[in-house]
Design a protein around this ligand. Structure first.
Ligand code: SAM
Length: 259
């Protein structure tokens, strides 16, 4: 049964991983349909744009999908590079994990490894990835958690490895911003309350998204870790991307970073 939740978790913190896990465990059954319908199909388009921004070539073999959810980005990744031999997905929600494995990806199971854990507590090995991708997984991190995520990204990438993160964002400066925020903050919670018997979980996702702002701050954090990072907008800034690469030792960028 879906049940309403309060505005904060047991520690009074909506960024507490235990609270975030509860939100996504309860959302998982309806997540795919709700995110597709309520974003009017944009989430799928943005996942593709994120993979395009990742820009991996045929030599990329292994990588991480962080905050993987039900693995919606995997088909796009494997289409962009059929030579990928292993995607290690990390997600803390058991509900999302089960759905990913049961409903979507039995056919790809030999190429997917799923770690059910808080990504910031997981011990992913250093220099183990040709790529790191993440779609809509940034918003449930506060600033300190985002800084740790930037650190982790820099640590797990091999030199030359590429990364891309996309997140729904506040399209500041866009003339239709008011309408977009109305959709996020008023329409979606209403649809959820009516269709999901008073539940408030997807409304929490709206709260995380509007608190998030955009990926600019995260780009600065990635740069502070020595990565070459770039900020991009998708659809007038309704989603933003942090993408780039880890410099190869000895390249001009790394020399700059060392000065
Ligand atoms: C909005 S969903 C995105 C799922 C998927 N990547 C997509 O494209 O739809 C965010 C996911 O991040 C996961 N998540 C949030 N905080 C996490 C953490 N600290 N460690 C691992 N996963 C986390 C949630 O469980 C949820 O599945």
């Amino acid at each position: 049964m879906t049940r309403p939740i309060g505005p904060t978790g047991p520690t009074g913190d909506i960024y507490d991983p235990a609270f975030v896990k509860g939100v996504f465990d309860r959302c998982s059954g309806k997540y795919i349909a709700f995110s597709y319908v309520c974003s009017l199909g944009f989430t799928e388009r943005w996942r593709k744009q994120c993979v395009a921004a990742l820009g991996i070539d045929a030599s990329a073999r292994v990588g991480y999908d962080l905050m993987a959810g039900t693995g919606e980005v995997w088909p796009h990744l494997l289409e962009a590079n059929p030579h990928i031999s292993q995607i290690t997905a990390v997600d803390l929600s058991a509900g999302m994990h089960q759905l990913a494995m049961k409903r979507l990806h039995a056919m790809r199971a030999h190429r997917i490894d799923f770690i059910e854990d808080d990504v910031l507590a997981s011990n992913l090995p250093a220099a183990s990835a040709d790529f790191v991708v993440s779609t809509f997984g940034l918003k449930t991190f506060n600033a300190e958690q985002q800084r740790k995520l930037a650190q982790l990204t820099a640590r797990v990438l091999k030199p030359g490895g590429r990364f891309a993160f996309i997140e729904a964002s506040d399209p500041r400066g866009w003339w239709l911003r008011g309408l977009y925020l109305f959709h996020l903050k008023v329409v979606l919670p209403l649809v959820e309350r009516l269709l999901l018997r008073g539940a408030n979980d997807f409304a929490m996702i709206g709260t995380y998204s509007t608190n998030f702002g955009d990926a600019r701050v995260f780009v600065d954090m990635l740069r502070a870790q020595g990565l070459n990072a770039e900020f991009r907008k998708a659809f007038f800034g309704c989603a933003t991307i942090a993408c780039g690469a880890k410099p190869v030792l000895g390249s001009a960028d790394m020399n700059d970073a060392a000065i």
